[in-house]
Design a protein around this ligand. Sequence first.
Ligand SMILES: [Zn+2]
Length: 329
Amino acid sequence: MKKERIRTLHSLVTMLTYKRKHGTESIKDFCARYLHPTFGHPDKDGNYVLIVGDKPNILYAAHYDSVHRSDGRQKVKVSGGVATLHPDNEVECLGADCATGIWLILEMIDAGIEGVYVVHAQEEVGCLGSKALVKRIPYWLGAIDAVISFDRKGQSDIITHQMGMRTASDAFAHSLADILGLGHKPDDGGSYTDSNEYAETVSECTNLAVGYTDQHTAKETQDLDYAAELRDALIEADWSQLVFERDPSVVEWAYGQDWGYPFRGFQSYYSDSLVEEDSLDDYYEIIRDYDKALAKMLEDWFQSPYDLLDELQRYGADPFRSPLLRRYK
Ligand SMILES: [Zn+2]
């Protein structure tokens, strides 16, 4: 194995020694050591976001929380190219879900691969970080054609469906498999990860196998040889060859079946206006902190709340989502 490979794999194994339960000292230490130096401070929802390149169209995603139950560090055993939890530890988990994803992201950033890189907060408790991020509509989101989570078990899947709903086209999955050249295959059995939160907005939202097994258990393993191969493939891939086909406004179920999940509703449209992220963020902050005063100001400006909804429609809002209008109808 090349020296360079051993050095970077050593850093993955060290990452696995941090338990990453939300709110603990050890998750803070992990972020301070691995995320802060590259990403700076997280956004107000706790997500670490870094943009590499000029208007990148691919978002690479991971999450920094794990399903550990306690604070602190743990021992990791490496044998035969596979990392596992050392038997000395309490029965928790290895946490390759999603440390391996973060490691891949750091390696890609280091190699200068263009993209929006997001290490999300609190995925394991309902994708809270990604949910909040998508809701805020960051200025760069309109340019994104694909969201690729590095958060899938095994070594072969490129997820096309999450919770039975299509989030990526087969054409996209095949094109991703082709540029990686590691024999990946489309798989419609995905459960639910951060990329799913983007599926109403972004064309192709997938989850890629990163080589762990038995995640969330004490038997969790991470294949380090596969991780290294995947890292090299991600860095050498010709990302311009990806195919974007899925229409995010169209809902499609696996097996052509409606499983009874609520209809996704209208697609939101984002204006291409070049609003700087900072200034938009400042407005969000004002809306949050001065909601009552803002309501009074809008009352002065508009004849009725329905006029305000009309006006908001010009900015891409769907007025029929407002309970007010539903009551009115
Ligand atoms: Zn995960």
